[in-house]
Ligand binder design. Structure first.
Ligand code: SF4
Ligand code: SF4
Length: 211
């Protein structure tokens, strides 16, 4: 009689182990599954830590994070939307978040839905708008974050100074709104102290240099 080879012995060993210990696979969905410690599940934003910069959308390899800016009457909001039905759970958004805590992959794994349109998570951030042309400068929280990060260096950039000073309650929102705007639409030197986009700021600086 031909004796079993090494390969058959290995299979027999596996069969005996499976009979004694039970199958290796989990019993989900009949029993809840306990994810391992570093499991990468559903990405979730943190309202207090996300500054709406959009770095996560830039690095997402499948492009499932989008930024939607809504602007009306010189104010607006940015919605950062993560579509987890397209997510590959790579963790790049979490690894490259500028605040390190704005988005985290949690332990949620059972993400099945009947309607894929509902498979998203989002966060809204107030936008900073150019007071002259209405262009979007960025999320207000993002500029505050940069001002804090730069420290005294932020004082070379007016939108950063004004954003930081408003946060410290050194400048009141109403006061800035009440600044007479009869110089508009012509940008002049006093407009240096307004919230302006890079294009309009260049016009202000050029108007100063022409004098
Ligand atoms: S985990 Fe990867 S695929 Fe999913 S949102 Fe983050 S970067 Fe995009
Ligand atoms: S702060 Fe982090 S989570 Fe928020 S938009 Fe920027 S990179 Fe994305």
């Amino acid at each position: 009689m031909k004796l079993p080879g090494l390969f058959q012995f290995r299979i027999l060993k596996e069969v005996v182990r499976a009979i004694v210990k039970g199958p290796y696979t989990t019993k989900f969905p009949f029993k809840p599954y306990q994810p391992i410690e570093r499991f990468r599940g559903k990405p979730e934003f943190n309202e207090n830590e996300c500054v709406g910069c959009g770095a996560c959308a830039e690095v997402c390899p499948v492009g499932c994070i989008e930024l939607v800016d809504e602007v009306s009457d010189n104010s607006g909001f940015r919605e950062v939307i993560q579509h987890y039905d397209e997510c590959i759970f790579c963790g790049q958004c979490e690894a490259n978040c500028i605040t390190t805590k704005g988005i985290k992959l949690n332990n949620e794994y059972d993400l099945a839905l009947f309607d894929r349109k509902e498979a998203y998570t989002s966060i809204k951030k107030e936008l900073l708008i150019c007071e002259h042309c209405g262009a979007v400068i960025g999320a207000r929280d993002h500029l505050s974050f940069l001002a804090n990060k730069l420290g005294p260096l932020a004082y070379s950039n007016f939108p950063l100074i004004l954003t930081a000073q408003k946060e410290l309650k050194l400048v009141k929102e109403e006061v800035l709104e009440e600044v007479p705007s009869e110089i508009f639409p012509y940008l002049r030197r006093p407009d240096t102290f307004r919230i302006l986009c890079p294009k309009c700021r260049r016009e202000v600086l050029l108007s100063i240099s022409k004098k």
